[in-house]
Ligand binder design. Structure first.
Ligand SMILES: [Zn+2]
Length: 248
C-alpha cells in the first residue's frame, strides 16, 4: 500500500467530506494512477482545478502519482505567488457563453437579465449539454458534478447554492463577469439580443397606461416580446446594482 499527502485549497473543499477539508490529509492507494484520476476519485471535477503542485513543482493532469508525493490542488482563482507554474485550464473563453442544466432555469433568467448568453432548455440530457457546450464553446453550469468529470468537458462550474440569487453571485465571481454586466440587453425567454423599438410602432400592442408612462421600449427579434422599465424594473435594477457593487 502506497500513500500520498493531499491538500485542496479554497472552494475545492466544497467537494470533500468534512474530515478532509482545508487540511493536509493522507490518501492510500494500491495502483499508481494519474493525478487527474486521483483528484476526481476524491470527488473534485477536473474543470474546477487550475493548478496542481506535486512536491512544490507544477504538473499536468497526466502526472502519475508516486508513493510519498505531496500534492496541492488549487482552484481557478486562487492567486499564487509562484512563478513558472503550469496552469491547467485552457485559456478562458473569449466571450463568456454558457449552457445551463435543467435545474438552473431561474439562474438562467437572472443571468440573461444581466445580458449573459445562456443556452437553456428544460429537457436537455447530459449528452446534449456536452455536445452543445463543445460545439458552441459554452461553459457548462450545472448542479450535477458528474457531468464535469467527463473528459470532453473543458469549461464548467458546479453551482453550489440552491438559491438563485446566490447562484448568480457564484457564477459572476467564478467567471469574473462583474465588468461584463449589460442589463436589459437580452430576452429572458429565448436568449436573443433585444433591439430598441420606437414607441409609435407599439401603440396597438401595449396597454395605454404603459404607453403613457414609458418612453423606452425593447423588442426581442425572436419571440417578439416587448420589454420596458416598468414596476419590476426597480427591483431587478437594485439587485443588479448590488451585484455590480460587490467586492469579490
Ligand atoms: Zn425572446
Amino acid at each position: 500500500m502506497h500513500k500520498v499527502h493531499l491538500r485542496f485549497y479554497e472552494e475545492l473543499n466544497d467537494f470533500l467530506p468534512e474530515e478532509n477539508r482545508k487540511k493536509r490529509f493522507i490518501h492510500h492507494f494500491i495502483d499508481r494512477t494519474s493525478v487527474k484520476d486521483l483528484i476526481e476519485s476524491l470527488g473534485v471535477p477536473h474543470t474546477e482545478v487550475d493548478l496542481i503542485l506535486v512536491n512544490s513543482k507544477s504538473v499536468n493532469f497526466k502526472y502519475i502519482i508516486n508513493d510519498g508525493d505531496d500534492i496541492s490542488v488549487y482552484p481557478v482563482f486562487e492567486s499564487l505567488d509562484i512563478s513558472d507554474v503550469q496552469h491547467l485550464r485552457p485559456s478562458p473563453l473569449r466571450k463568456p457563453k454558457f449552457i445551463a442544466d435543467v435545474h438552473l432555469g431561474k439562474l438562467t433568467k437572472y443571468l440573461r437579465m444581466m445580458g449573459f448568453d445562456i443556452y437553456y432548455k428544460n429537457d436537455l440530457d447530459d449528452e446534449q449539454i456536452i455536445k452543445i457546450s463543445i460545439k458552441e464553446r459554452r461553459a457548462i453550469l450545472t448542479k450535477d458534478r458528474g457531468i464535469l468529470k467527463r473528459n470532453e468537458v473543458t469549461h464548467g462550474y458546479w453551482v453550489r447554492s440552491t438559491k438563485a440569487e446566490e447562484q448568480v453571485m457564484e457564477v459572476i465571481r467564478r467567471f469574473d463577469l462583474q465588468k461584463c454586466i449589460k442589463e436589459f440587453s437580452r430576452c429572458l425567454e429565448c436568449n436573443d439580443l433585444l433591439v430598441l423599438e420606437e414607441k409609435n410602432k407599439l401603440l396597438g400592442e401595449l396597454p395605454p397606461k404603459v404607453i403613457r408612462s414609458q418612453n423606452e421600449f425593447y423588442r426581442c427579434p425572436s419571440c417578439k416580446k416587448i420589454y420596458w422599465k416598468g414596476t419590476h424594473y426597480q427591483q431587478m435594477f437594485s439587485f443588479i446594482q448590488s451585484i455590480k457593487n460587490i467586492e469579490f
